[in-house]
Design a protein around this ligand. Sequence first.
Ligand code: GLN
Length: 471
Amino acid sequence: MSAYHRLADIQADLAAGKTTCVALAEGYLSRIKARPELNAFLEVFEEELLQQAAAQDARRAEGQPLGRLHGLIIGLKDNIAYQGHRFSASSKILEGFESLFSATVTERLLAEDALIIGRLNCDEFAMGSSNENSAYGPVRHPLDTERVPGGSSGGSAAAVAANLCHAALGTDTGGSIRQPASLCGIYGLKPTYGRISRHGLIAYGSSFDQAGPMTRSLEDCALLLEVMAGPDQFDATAARKPVPAYSDYQPASGTMRFAVYEEVLQGGLEPELEAAFKAKIEALKEAGHTVDFVKFPYLDLLVPVYYLLATAEASSNLSRYTGVLYGKRSPEATDLRTTYTLSRSQGFGEEVKRRIMLGTFVLSEGYYDAFYGKAQKVRRVVRDETRKLLESHDAILSPTSPVAAFKLGEKSNDPIQLYLADIFTVQANIVGMPAITVPFANNSAGLPYGLQLMCGPWQEEKLFSLTAAIE
Ligand code: GLN
């Protein structure tokens, strides 16, 4: 069976009696078993999935109404809560922890009859760009297992690309949906900050985090956003804005105006990507669109600002893991102090510790103004400048990542090198605007490149229409 790209095709086949949810589930389960080396899943809910699939088949046979996501077999990144199921953000410190409630996004998927297949490996606490920071081992790229799938939602991207589930949810604090989606050749959307509730996500950088869909088609991406978006009584930052019918998007007609940062084509891209990106720009111009090369003098500041602010927020968010309330408590702890120190030093991995220390440092007395305060000011300037740019342009266009999937170990010894690979993705989180990655080319080894489009706040509809028009 060739892989389905659109849920609509699955639902058509279900309606026509050409397949069943059980048959679909069995297909994904057998493909998961055939590719253990990918290490994409931390846990597969095999029995539960088969039961729910059978129940859904029975409801269809009886002619009962089914939700908009019926037949959709989806995986959850391991930092998204699902009641009664374990979740750990791929960290030893949450070993054995079971969630008492479901995230709002999980609830909304279930309410529309999605079927959840399991929890997906990721970088520990979503910190990383290669999925090498998981306490449960790295995820490998489906097309070349010597390479990384990207991160931190690497398990989600690899699983969707290898057809181990039809779609997945990821979370994106600085690119963790878009960068792995780009490296694995699928679609990934980071919505406007506040478009989707964060209730039930394990917090990393609370002013940056958003959950979002990772899919094999633009249509599914829009549909999943539509189902998950909207206000939520459990998250005051989820905006009270009505949710448009995202899934009704039409390809934008007429000519559009794109902005490309001059600096992007000044030597930062690997050569094959540079060629592919230039060819894309030429194709857009030939189709009558305008592509303006603009100066954006803040590009070099984005990664430092992101890592200062995200680690500051992370150090505060991660202070709740003390060995007292949830997850792992060090067996050697003898009193309160050793409960904290031993549980944390044994429970957190190296990268997480590095970030807690960095975040604590930038928030500490005497450094707060120089680092945290200054980064907040730059954040404001970048937001204002980005808004200005998007007043005269429909979208900002860039590659999603400056490189294709790289080898395991290639960058992991040099954190700064790895942080710099986030150069194109962090801006959308810093300014809270929506951005999507779309597969647009392959290198000579067949590894995918993603194109990123970023629009103004709450312009997801436009993002889908533009993407559909220029794909
Ligand atoms: N790579 C970035 C980081 O390590 C982004 C992570 C994310 O979006 N969760 O922080």
